[in-house]
Ligand binder design. Structure first.
Ligand SMILES: C[S@@+](CC[C@H](N)C(=O)[O-])C[C@H]1O[C@@H](n2cnc3c(N)ncnc32)[C@H](O)[C@@H]1O
Length: 316
């Protein structure tokens, strides 16, 4: 099967693609039940951004110029931040579905390709209206209403976007860097580093390949990990048998490779394992033996957060 859009990888077969997308649909349907709790959690995450930024810089988040790398097909963080009156914008390779206008649909088809277009249509029809209403209600509890500001949503490759020097106070990116080809990452980091203000903060949080969900098969996603479901793949299948292909491109980078990448461009203030212990129940002796090349730390944790600051010039 051919590549469907820039953000989709080499899909092994029509069967793999259909299986992955059916699992994904099932996960999303289950997620409908707890939508407001999920969105409450998301606003909590944004509160975390605010307190981290304010404690590190002593500046007000409300005044910050904020930029998201890879806002995704459900750009909830960016929608919430702009609805809360923050100066936030972002970029994604794929055109988002924001207003449902014909012009927008045409752009989605042109930019994202027909496979992605069909997925967008299913998502828009089945999930988006419900999710946006729930977001509006969640925001209302904080005295805000959902505001959709299309000009905040740039469409393009972050590797190519022109960002003015020192123009951004806070950069964040969730579950995106593992999808960017290795050869583009130095350019991306150099561009973000020069755009970050001297006092700025960047939070880059990739799902690292060596975690149990790092292979991006839906049956090992954090949302499905705790469920007692029949799985066709083995735990850490992507580091062992590698029989199945996810519906996305992965650069397969390990933790130390991210660390080196970020150290070249930023000061690494902190590194956090956001899901420490994830997958522990599946790490039997037999599996551990297969995975001897990896440390426990990098196996038991999917998502990692790198807290980055502007690199100071070394005195000559
Ligand atoms: C797994 S999704 C995560 C979306 C969102 N951050 C979230 O947490 O729901 C990854 C997103 O990164 C985007 N992406 C991947 N490579 C990119 C690039 N080079 N420039 C901009 N966006 C990119 C994809 O189009 C996709 O929407």
């Amino acid at each position: 099967m051919s590549k469907a859009s820039h953000s989709v990888g080499h899909i092994g077969s029509a069967l793999d693609w259909s299986w992955e997308n059916l699992q994904f649909l099932r996960m999303r349907m289950q997620g409908l039940k707890n939508k407001e709790a999920e969105l409450g959690g998301l606003l909590g995450e944004l509160d975390g951004y605010r307190s981290l930024y304010e404690s590190l810089t002593g500046r007000s988040f409300q005044q910050a110029s904020i930029f998201e790398v890879g806002y995704g097909a459900r750009p909830l963080r960016l929608l919430a931040l702009s609805s809360l009156g923050l100066n936030a914008r972002g970029i994604d390779l794929d055109a988002p579905s924001l207003e449902g206008s014909l012009h927008e649909l045409w752009r989605i088809l042109k930019t994202n390709g027909w496979l992605r277009f069909i997925k967008s249509m299913v998502r828009t029809t089945v999930f988006d209206a419900h999710e946006r209403r729930a977001l509006d209600r969640t925001l209302a509890r904080r005295g805000a209403r959902l505001r959709v500001l299309p000009d905040r949503f740039l469409v393009g490759d972050v590797a190519d976007v022109a960002l003015a020097p020192a123009s951004l106070d806070f950069i964040y990116s969730e579950d995106v860097f593992e999808h960017i080809p290795r050869e583009a990452l130095d350019r991306v980091c150099a561009s973000l580093a020069q755009a970050l203000a001297p006092q700025g903060v960047a939070l880059i949080s990739p799902a690292v390949f060596t975690g149990i969900g790092g292979g991006h098969l839906v049956e090992w996603y954090p949302d499905t990990l705790g469920r007692d479901i029949d799985r066709r793949s083995e735990p850490w299948e992507h580091l062992r048998q590698r029989r199945y292909t996810p519906d996305c491109f992965l650069n397969e980078m390990r933790l130390y490779e991210y660390q080196r990448l970020f150290e070249r461009h930023f000061t690494v203030e902190a590194v956090h394992n956001l899901q420490a212990g994830h997958g522990h129940a599946f790490l039997t002796e037999e599996v551990r033996e297969d995975l001897n090349d990896y440390s426990m730390e990098e196996l038991l944790g999917d998502k990692w957060r790198f807290v980055l600051r502007t690199k100071r010039e070394e005195p000559a």
